[in-house]
Design a protein around this ligand. Structure first.
Ligand SMILES: [Zn+2]
Length: 254
């Protein structure tokens, strides 16, 4: 599978597989059609394009509808108006942790640390995971359950082809009261599109109940968040988020 194929949002891919049984069955090659999709609008288009496949002819028929490219262009030009997957917000940690591991194996995302991979395996069995709190602040090793709303958005970013790198959940050095140490925060690699995806999830009803969302510099047209509200962070906090995106969450029941 080449890079282009990897960028396709799964429902779109499924429809693509139905229509393009052979390489040139409908007057345009699968490869060419992928290029059209990817070039026209990246993430926004890919997430929305699923419905447009309704207009495509069945395999073996010609030609591809002439209005389709114009329609795709219109959607791309309209900007981010996509409905991102929110079904993960209703799932529990073991199932989600299992999916994160599976996505890592399929290279839809990358888990950067062996310790986090081990911790996710524990979480997939319904167990609490160790934190690095004692490494930095002393005392006995501490354990926490991973919050499911922390994992969901990472899967969403993976689904739309952004291939995020999961850096830290409960490991690493953070401020003493960090939500990382209570299983409610994730750090991912610095990727503006992933930040936009997380921000978009907040805008679209915030099903994943955002607390903090931090990146530096802040991408145009977005804001950093604190307690689920736009917030300007201090210079030192901003400085600390030039290397990664930090996202934390609230509990479902408040
Ligand atoms: Zn963090």
């Amino acid at each position: 599978m080449d890079d282009l194929e990897k960028m396709i949002y799964p429902p779109v891919k499924a429809r693509l597989d139905e229509v393009f049984v052979e390489d040139e069955p409908v007057g345009i090659s699968r490869r060419k059609f992928l290029e059209v999709l990817v070039n026209l609008g990246g993430m926004a288009l890919l997430a929305k394009a699923g419905g447009l496949f309704e207009g495509l002819p069945e395999s073996g028929q010609k030609p591809i509808p002439s209005g389709l490219a114009a329609e795709l262009t219109g959607i791309a030009d309209a900007g981010p108006n996509i409905v991102l997957p929110h079904e993960y917000s209703e799932m529990e940690t073991p199932e989600l942790a299992n999916m994160v591991i599976e996505y890592h194996q399929k290279e839809k995302l990358h888990i950067a640390s062996e310790q986090e991979l081990t911790n996710l395996e524990l979480a997939s069995q319904g167990k609490p995971v160790p934190t690095d709190y004692h490494v930095y602040y002393g005392g006995e090793p501490q354990y926490t359950y991973l919050n499911p709303l922390t994992l969901g958005p990472v899967l969403v970013a993976s689904d739309i082809g952004l291939k995020p790198t999961l850096l830290r959940l409960t490991t690493g050095g953070h401020i003493k009261k960090s939500r990382h140490y209570i299983g409610k925060a994730v750090d991912v690699d610095l990727n503006t599109e992933v930040f936009r995806c997380f921000y978009e999830l907040w805008q679209q009803g915030d099903m994943y109940i955002t607390n903090e969302l931090i990146i530096e510099p802040v991408p145009a047209g977005t804001q950093t968040l604190y307690h689920g509200e736009p917030h300007d962070y201090s210079a030192s906090i901003r400085e600390n988020h030039k290397s990664h995106i930090h996202r934390s969450t609230e509990d479902r029941d408040g």
